[in-house]
Design a protein around this ligand. Structure first.
Ligand code: F6P
Length: 359
């Protein structure tokens, strides 16, 4: 008989509730108690600690497809790792979290988070020294190393695809190009996958340099006077500041190309969870429960082909590109990006999609 808890942290995404539901289902079959920590680390810092006991009535199966997290991910304004590090109060913050986990007398914690949460968990690992820490990767950005997918990514691609499908109809009616700015932070995987799905004529990502004149020439050469130009939010243009979609729109307007910008924003984190994310959620939940059963700790579940395996957090941290947070340089997270041999880059160039200089 074990007592485990689930905590969701970082930006939300669709698929979190599937994971929560499947963890509860699998834990109950094993005869374990499951608790949900409400509001991520805010819940652990609250007095009393903000937790709820969970069963399949608190997370009903018919709601497991809904976006967001039933457990909530925390208030942007509360103390968190980033703020504690910036304020030089990290050991105080770590002690609060460690004491709270000790008070809950947990055998294991399932942390459903992104690369920031996992990097900080690994760097501050003494917090979890008395329990088994098993991480499940979720993010629409898909910027976590060593896994072939993250929970929420496929739904975000689907949301963007549906959004652009609608835009194409008005684009054709008015002979206009739509420059659609996706989320993704400094990782272009979301824009690349969605761009291919919608049949975009250009896909601009932070990992690949591009030339505005080449882009303009390419759009002029398309045998159509409307379409989608997908641009990732992390794209920068030398000598310009502001939203990349707006900068590109001004350049196209100057070249006589009718266009509008579109910002799907948080719709990318919403939407009914697509089947691929639900299957991934079920696989990762099972993998996490098996890891707890085997007394593994400091591990992350990862998709490898069609299998789900655990990888040590030490390997996760070492495998990515460790970069300082632009706002808080003391916070160092590990990141994954589009690889130069990503098959979708070849698909794009084979199909005549503009993806940057040299392609
Ligand atoms: O990391 C997920 C993400 O949605 C990014 O794609 C985006 O840049 C960011 O979070 C937005 O964060 P916030 O919820 O703080 O606005």
């Amino acid at each position: 008989m074990k007592k485990i808890a689930i905590m969701t942290t970082g930006g939300d995404c669709s698929g979190l509730n599937t994971v929560i539901n499947r963890i509860v289902a699998g834990a109950k079959i094993r005869g374990w108690d499951v608790w949900g920590i409400i509001d991520g680390t805010d819940g652990l810092c609250s007095k009393p600690i903000n937790v709820m006991e969970m069963n399949l009535k608190t997370v009903p199966i018919e709601n497991a497809r809904l976006a967001g997290s039933f457990l909530c991910n925390g208030h942007a304004c509360m103390m968190n790792f980033e703020r504690a590090i910036a304020m030089g109060r990290v050991s105080e913050f770590n002690k609060i979290l460690r004491d709270a986990l000790a008070k809950l007398k947990l055998d294991a914690l399932v942390l459903v988070g992104g690369n920031g949460s996992f990097s900080l968990a690994w760097l501050n690992r003494e917090i979890y020294r008395d329990l088994s820490l098993v991480c499940i990767p979720k993010t629409i950005d898909f910027d976590i190393p060593l896994t072939d997918r993250t929970i929420g990514f496929e739904t975000a691609v689907d949301q963007l695809t549906k959004y652009c499908d609608q835009l194409l109809l008005t684009a054709r009616s008015h002979h206009r190009w739509f420059i659609v700015q996706t989320m993704g932070r400094d990782c272009g995987r979301l824009a690349l996958n969605a761009g291919i799905a919608v049949g975009a004529d250009a896909i601009l990502v932070p990992e690949i340099k591009f030339d505005v004149d080449e882009l303009v020439q390419h759009i002029k050469s398309v045998d159509r006077d409307y379409g989608i130009i997908m641009v990732s939010e992390g794209v920068t243009l030398r000598g310009h500041s502001g939203r990349p979609a707006e900068i590109i729109a001004r350049k196209l307007t100057a070249a006589g190309i009718a266009n509008r910008t579109a910002f799907p924003d948080y719709i990318q984190r919403a939407g009914d969870t697509v089947a691929a994310d639900r299957i991934l959620g079920a696989k990762m939940a099972t993998c996490a429960l098996n890891a707890i059963e085997n007394n593994e700790t400091y591990v992350m579940t990862a998709l490898r082909g069609s299998d789900c395996v655990t990888v040590p957090l030490s390997e996760f941290y070492a495998a990515g590109d460790v970069r300082a947070d632009p706002n808080i340089p003391l916070v160092k997270t590990t990141n994954a990006y589009i690889e130069p041999d990503d098959p979708l880059l070849h698909v794009a160039s084979d199909l005549g999609v503009y993806i940057g200089v040299g392609e």
